[in-house]
Write a protein that binds this ligand. Sequence first.
Ligand code: BPX
Ligand code: ZN
Length: 308
Amino acid sequence: ELSSNCFNYGAYHTLEAIHKEMDFIVKSYPRLVSAVKIGHSFENRLMYVLKFSTGKGRRRPAIWLNAGIHAREWIAPATAIWTARKIACDYGRDLVITSILKKMDIFLLPVANPDGYVYTHTHNRLWRKTRSVNPGSPCIGTDPNRNWNSHFGGAGTSRDPCSDMYHGPRPHSEVEVKLVADFIADHGNFKCFIDLHSYSQLVMYPYGYTTMRAGDADELDTVAQNAANAMASLSGTQYRVGSVGSAIYTSSGNSVDWAYDNGIKYAFIFELRDTGFYAFTLPADQIIPTAQETWLGLKTIMEHVQNS
Ligand SMILES: O=C(O)[C@H](Cc1ccccc1)CC(O)(O)C[N+](=O)[O-]
Ligand SMILES: [Zn+2]
């Protein structure tokens, strides 16, 4: 059945509505888009990935677009679902995305922390972590951006389950992190990993665990600067660029350090709008402008990856 009313990309949505729109995109573009259900969250919600592929073969060079790892950062999933529709719609029309998809697959996970996302709708708008139980503690959840198997438990993390930076009992203890890490590792041919967060307006690259420069820092800085320039070209929104450790603060066990350590050179974290006026509660009227400018940055990076 066709959906009764069209999805409003200029509004924030529940997990259920986002998943329904993902189904609709799969149904509408069956030759390009497929549903990849990589597993379930701690509270048994779907970890639902869209795969955009024009070619055969299970291991085409691939790009992973991640969003919503931190539950309160609603602009990230909103940008991700808009991006899903944009990729589907522009394939065959836009030269850049069409050429990228001729050679590479794109995997897009709009809500990487579904339990936390639902919790921000039902209980606490500013919840950040997963909703897993910590034995021996009354406090719930682990920070999924401290739980990756890269310099686990290092600087910028907490061993206190009640902290918003709690790294968890062990690396990949959070099923939501483990499912993504295992999928990417098993696939073995990912060239790019981009994680959408908010807020601060930053385009960052490894490392986060240290302020030491990564081997590819010069190239990554150039690519990130090109992406920031492309994003600013739409309506002047300024994104700062730098390594995680130098742009904000050191934090170990984050997603891009893990990706970079696992051979994915083009690993970036975007901190989307704004710079703190609305912070995590960015008004819905900024969703489409944010998604449109972010798309220019994503295309810049993906085009570089494709030509690398
Ligand atoms: O603390 C975080 O995980 C990000 C900063 C960050 C981003 C990339 C790698 C390590 C840390 C900041 C945020 O997006 O979570 C916003 N916030 O501080 O809640
Ligand atoms: Zn975040």
